[in-house]
Design a binder for this molecule. Structure first.
Ligand code: SAH
Length: 399
């Protein structure tokens, strides 16, 4: 078996599963890209089995601390373990992330379940080469109606993999309806912007909806309206949902109609929308004493940065929307805000909110902290498994 000898002090000695190009002492043997290799310390201690791709910055990713091949039975066992964890989470609907990469011992594999339909991403070369085996394992365990490949993530480029979408098993369905938390939503695995629904936020919808009754709600970056729909059902007095994508706004409207709910969906750049709302507030009356246009604002923007280099620009963007949102909130209004970039830490994100609250002259009080739903488990020694953080604050009336 070819082996990669890892330099001392590499991150793998601190619990990480990756070996970067700069951490390689030497390669023994002639592995092909996508092969399984042994990882060995400079003192010849066996560290585990890894997948190999010299075209990536991350040359090796460990998937087992033992000697292990990537054969059919391996995928079956890993998927069984992934399934058991989700069963324990006891979700009311069979709609969840079944496999979350390193957190399920399958580096680069992401599998989402929407009832009888599954969406698979293989973001590493080795896993991409074995996607039929992975599809076999899904079939054996779930007898699904379809498995669709959604390999259109730009992350694939880091592994020199082309972007691809297609049907692996069965037939990719036309847009179909699922029910989550009792809300009907349409999923489009063929053409959808992502896979249709942000599974990582399903708990957050419920949490935010608890605070929505009687409130004027603004859902910024609404996509297909997850927050807006839940808030409307919970009895918000009015719900506005904003997204820059016409398709997303259309889906939000369609989903609202499907559920007999009223949501005012607006196609707009959220930065402009917030700015214009602020102008409206300043021109209108009733802006005294922190009275504003909305009682509950949700900010769930896309990741403003794909790398560490542009983090400062991203933070400026985050600050702007927080500042404006805080100014728009009524007395004791609530801000639920999320950041899905793993390049921005929880602390950095919190600092943005601190800064915005100082500039807006509003005291904010923490009501809840949020993370990605537990079907996207986090391995603390692999920080990349954590990406979503969020807070719910109350902008307390002056005291
Ligand atoms: N809250 C959503 C997920 C949001 S994903 C949910 O729970 O389902 C981020 C969304 O932001 C995408 O739908 C994207 O179209 C939208 N978006 C990106 N840039 C935007 C901008 N400048 N203004 C408004 N929406 C934007």
């Amino acid at each position: 078996m070819p082996a990669l000898i890892v330099k001392p002090r590499a991150r793998i000695f601190h619990g990480h599963e990756w070996v970067y190009a700069s951490e390689i002492q030497r390669l023994a043997g002639h592995p092909q890209p996508g092969d399984v290799i042994d990882l060995v310390s400079a003192r010849d201690r066996f560290l585990g089995s890894a997948i190999y791709n010299p075209a990536s910055q991350i040359v090796a990713r460990r998937f087992s601390r033992r000697k292990q091949d990537l054969e059919a039975d391996f995928f079956l066992r890993r998927l069984e373990r992934a399934r058991d964890l989700r069963h324990q989470l006891d979700y009311p609907d069979p709609v969840y992330r079944l496999v979350w990469s390193e957190a399920d011992g399958l580096p680069g594999v992401v599998i989402d379940r929407y009832g009888d339909h599954f969406a698979l991403q293989t973001l590493t070369l080795a896993m991409d080469q074995r996607k039929e085996l992975i599809a076999d394992a899904i079939e054996a365990l779930f007898s699904p109606k379809s498995i669709t490949e959604r390999n259109d993530s730009p992350i694939r480029k880091a592994e020199s993999l082309p972007l691809a979408t297609g049907t692996l098993r069965g037939e990719t369905p036309e847009p179909f309806e699922i029910s989550v938390n009792g809300i009907r939503q349409v999923v489009d695995l063929g053409e959808g912007q992502k896979t249709g629904i942000y599974l990582d936020q399903l708990d957050a919808y419920v949490d935010v909806a608890r605070r929505a009754p009687g409130r004027r709600v603004l859902d910024c970056f609404c996509n297909q309206g997850g927050f807006a729909l839940h808030a409307a059902r919970a009895g918000a007095s009015h719900v506005t949902a904003v997204d820059v994508s016409a398709a997303a706004v259309e889906s939000t409207r369609a989903n609202a109609a499907l559920n007999g709910l009223e949501v005012e969906a607006v196609e707009a750049n959220a930065f402009d929308f917030l700015k214009e709302s602020e102008t409206r507030l300043q021109q209108g009356s009733g802006s005294e004493g922190g009275d504003g246009l909305y009682d509950l604002i949700i900010l769930d923007p896309p990741s403003f940065t794909r790398n560490r280099k542009s983090v400062n620009d991203a933070l400026r963007g985050y600050k702007e929307i927080h500042l404006r949102a805080l100014k728009l909130l009524s007395r004791d209004g609530i801000l639920s805000t999320y950041c899905c970039s793993h390049h921005v830490s929880r602390e950095e994100f919190l600092q943005v909110i601190r800064d915005a609250s100082v500039d807006a002259r509003r005291t904010v009080r923490l009501l809840a902290s949020h993370s990605q739903r537990l079907d996207h488990p986090i391995i603390p020694t692999v920080p990349e498994t954590e990406y979503l953080k969020g807070f719910t604050f109350q902008a307390v009336a002056g005291w």
